[in-house]
Design a protein around this ligand. Structure first.
Ligand SMILES: *Cc1c(COP(=O)(O)O)cnc(C)c1O
Length: 336
């Protein structure tokens, strides 16, 4: 089944398709088997790359079509979504305001000034750091200043943003089909859930049944799965379709104490990808999704002979925000 996304305005922000590559040394380190295929959505020329570019193609495509000149969005201090919105706005000639809250219990030079915090302003965004209770007031003041404002949700996760991952899933299956590969499972990190929702919707719209494992990084599995299902249904509805959602799953074993709080299992998985394949994960999203993959493979829940696609969603700048934690962490002593 082909998916027609041409009715939706789209800004070109990436170079597609992103690479899909085998990881045999990682497979060997996980106890044998082929190892996952990694879909490198972390690779991108604009704003250091990452999954939010795919959502922003549709979100900012719609905004530009509506004559918007200023974009407001939200996140934690180290938001990758904010950084990529800032970079995309720079490339499209739009003003960008980031309204950021201290959602993660971390302070210090690296967290508050390095990584994405440095890049937001480098790409020309105006950064407003405020308390949760002040957000509505800041947005009201910004929208009152000028007409033509688009307010994008946290993580770019609404039905229009999800279309970016419907497109990504069609791209992934075209790559797999060209190689004659039938995947058993796709593992994807889940924050605001739009990425996983797009993969779930894409699989269904393509008439496939591939299992999608959402690896939660903030909310519980039940909350995450409910959001994935809702957003996938809403995106399919934009395309005039109703979809089956039985292939959608969520697992929260790797969240640890909370969003943005490092765990030993995350550092170990991050070190393993780095030392076997030279692939850089981030501590907040992909590192925890990898910790789920590693744990579920070691326990036998994911079979070693399965064909698993691991969706690498980016987040590299965030690693530098956590760089002081690397010394002494299992990342520097992971076996490989
Ligand atoms: C935002 C983000 C995610 C999670 O995507 P959602 O669509 O919010 O679930 C995963 N990885 C990285 C690097 C991100 O920035």
């Amino acid at each position: 089944m082909a998916i027609d996304l041409t009715p939706f305005p789209r800004a070109t922000l990436g170079h597609w398709p992103t690479p899909l590559r085998a990881c045999p040394r990682l497979g060997a380190a996980l106890g044998g088997g082929p190892g996952p295929l990694v879909k490198r959505d972390d690779v991108g020329a604009l704003g250091v790359g990452g999954n939010k570019l795919r959502k922003l193609e549709f979100l900012l495509g719609a905004a530009v079509a509506d004559g918007v000149t200023r974009v407001i969005t939200f996140g934690a201090l180290q938001t990758n979504h904010g950084r990529l919105t800032a970079a995309a706005c720079a490339s499209l000639g739009l003003r960008c305001d980031l309204v950021l809250t201290r959602d993660v219990p971390r302070t210090g030079e690296a967290y508050e000034r390095s990584g994405n915090m440095a890049l937001h302003r480098l790409y020309g965004a105006t950064v407003h750091v405020c308390a949760e209770a002040e957000v509505a007031g800041v947005v009201a003041a910004l929208t009152a200043e000028a007409g033509g404002v688009a307010v994008l949700p946290v993580g770019g996760s609404n039905a229009v943003g999800v279309l970016g991952y419907v497109a990504a899933t069609a791209e992934l299956f075209a790559q797999l089909d060209a190689e004659g590969i039938e995947p058993d499972r796709i593992v994807v990190p889940v924050g605001s859930a739009g990425t996983a929702a797009g993969v779930v919707a894409g699989v269904a719209l393509l008439g496939r049944t591939t299992r999608v494992d959402g690896a939660c990084v903030s909310r519980t599995a039940a909350e995450s799965l409910a959001t994935i299902r809702r957003l996938a249904g809403e995106a399919a509805a934009l395309l005039g379709q109703e979809i089956d959602l039985a292939h959608a799953h969520a697992d929260d074993r790797a969240v640890g104490p909370g969003y943005g709080i490092p765990t030993d299992a995350m550092w170990e998985a991050l070190g393993l990808f780095a030392r076997t394949e030279g692939i850089t994960l981030d501590p907040v999203y992909t590192g925890k999704a990898a910790a789920y993959l590693v744990d579920a493979t070691r326990s036998g829940e994911i079979g070693r002979e399965e064909t698993v696609v691991f969706l690498h969603t980016g987040g590299l700048p965030g690693l530098f925000a956590y760089a002081p934690d690397l010394e002494g962490s299992p990342a520097f002593s992971s076996p490989a």
